[in-house]
Design a protein around this ligand. Structure first.
Ligand code: NAD
Length: 421
């Protein structure tokens, strides 16, 4: 198939590269000229394991442009993958989605053949039908359902293992407005080795939010259990193992630590809370999960102050700035509130991350960035904030280490404390 992807960030580029690997012809559209240039040169503008290789292998099947016209005229399906960040009150900023939809519609006005528009960005239930559909009809002057197809196909990939998640998903959800779009997406996904669930547009949107808020709650739940376990000297990870062996619970997302960050959970949880409250159904469980997550990273600093009460003038090493390993993404990284708190208390920061220092520098330009993890170990105390593999082979002996991510090797430190174990 000929497919265009609008918005080539983490989701869009992975989607494009994976469909290209499966033999489809992809046109990537982005408003960022630097991204377009890099993709054109077969280089990934983001760090994601295997993406560079996939782009290089599929060079003849992927083109990138800023021009909606050529992209839409030469393709049959368009995936909308622009960002849907949160606003100050937690609600979603739909300006990128609306702008991209208008641009798509303006081109579809001139197009003679049927075209399917698929929303892949995470949007709240009702958005595709109540916001995207009318915009498409208004700016294309055509009827959605006959001249234009519309579907909602949420993405569940995890950064760091995004390619594997995309190609071997647990399930694919196709929310559809019209039968022709359902058939087109069924055909596109027919060889994927997983169940395919066909739903209404809003059920697809809700499945994405219900999944993410549930997983976020699972993490906060084990963190709350962990905080109690630490007080009682019980190993939280043994508890998680015991719980996880129960098939009704499962072991995934029971790694206690300093909480969730990233581009999805924080904004999806905030947006869901704001939306549920607007619908006069306060989401009490999810609100509590969110509160636990706000408090959890600062526990690392509280524990640190048991060993170094006055942080003013002390050098504190931060191992890990990405919100999770194997990505350069620092959005809502748990290292952010920790560094902010340490700076507030007058500490000096020495930080290292294998991939995310560039992104972190835009937030904290003046802290010290080290060339290696070993350099961070010269600090007065070390906080482990991301579970990068290379942190498992460091020599922590003689150090004060407060661990937010459960690195077994760090237990060799002179003083070692886990955040909630
Ligand atoms: P991102 O910020 O990495 O990428 C968005 C891209 O869209 C950027 O490259 C930006 O330049 C481009 N863009 C913005 N406006 C545009 C326009 N009018 N036309 C063309 N391009 C435009 O975002 P992301 O992390 O890929 O997330 C995209 C969506 O997918 C969000 O709704 C997010 O919630 C959802 N999602 C993300 C993940 C994830 O792990 N990152 C997983 C599942 C779902």
């Amino acid at each position: 198939m000929n497919i265009s992807i609008i918005g080539t960030g983490y989701v869009g580029l992975v989607t494009g590269a994976c469909f290209a690997k499966l033999g489809h012809h992809i046109t990537c559209v982005d408003i960022d000229p630097e991204k377009v240039q890099k993709i054109t040169n077969g280089i990934s503008p983001i760090y994601e394991e295997g993406l560079d290789t996939l782009l290089a292998l599929s060079k003849d099947k992927i083109t990138a442009t800023m021009d909606y016209h050529s992209a839409l005229m030469n393709t049959d399906i368009t995936f909308l993958c622009v960002g849907t960040p949160s606003m100050k009150d937690g609600s979603l900023d739909l300006s990128y989605l609306k702008e991209a939809t208008k641009q798509i519609a303006t081109i579809l006005k001139q197009k003679k053949t049927w075209h399917c528009v698929v929303i892949k960005s995470t949007v709240l239930p009702g958005t595709t039908k109540d916001i995207v559909l009318p915009l498409l009809e208004q700016h294309a002057g055509k009827k959605v359902g006959t001249d234009i197809g519309l579907a909602m196909n949420p993405e569940f990939l995890k950064e760091g293992v995004a390619i594997q998640d995309f190609l071997q998903p647990d399930r694919i959800v196709i929310g559809y407005y019209d039968d022709r779009s359902k058939t087109a997406l069924r055909e596109l996904y027919k060889d994927f080795p997983c169940p395919i669930l066909e739903t209404s547009l809003s059920a697809a949107e809700m499945i994405k939010y219900a999944s993410n808020t549930f997983l976020a709650t699972k993490i906060s739940f084990i963190n709350e259990i962990g905080n109690l376990c630490k007080k009682l000297n019980i190993d939280t990870y043994t508890v998680a193992e015991g719980m996880g062996l129960d098939k009704r619970i499962g072991r995934a997302f029971l790694d206690s630590g300093i909480g969730w960050g990233g581009s999805c959970f924080p904004k999806d949880v905030d947006a869901f809370i704001a939306w549920a409250n607007k619908n006069k159904e306060p989401p009490r469980i999810i609100e509590s999960a969110n509160l636990v997550n706000t408090c959890q990273p600062l526990r690392l600093v509280t524990i640190l102050q048991k060993h170094i009460p006055h942080l003013k003038g002390k050098t504190i090493g931060i191992l890990g700035l990405a919100f999770k390993p194997d990505t350069d993404d620092t959005r809502e990284s748990r290292a952010i509130p920790i560094v902010r708190e340490l700076l507030k208390k007058g500490a000096r920061i020495k930080a290292y991350d294998p991939q995310a220092m560039g992104n972190f520098k835009t937030l904290f330009p003046t802290i010290d960035y080290c060339d290696s993890a070993a350099e961070v170990l010269t600090a007065d105390a070390i906080l482990i904030t991301t579970k990068w593999k290379e942190f498992t082979t460091l020599d922590y002996s003689g150090k004060i280490v407060i661990d937010g991510r459960r690195i077994a090797q760090a237990k060799n430190a002179k003083i070692y404390e886990g955040v909630c174990w």
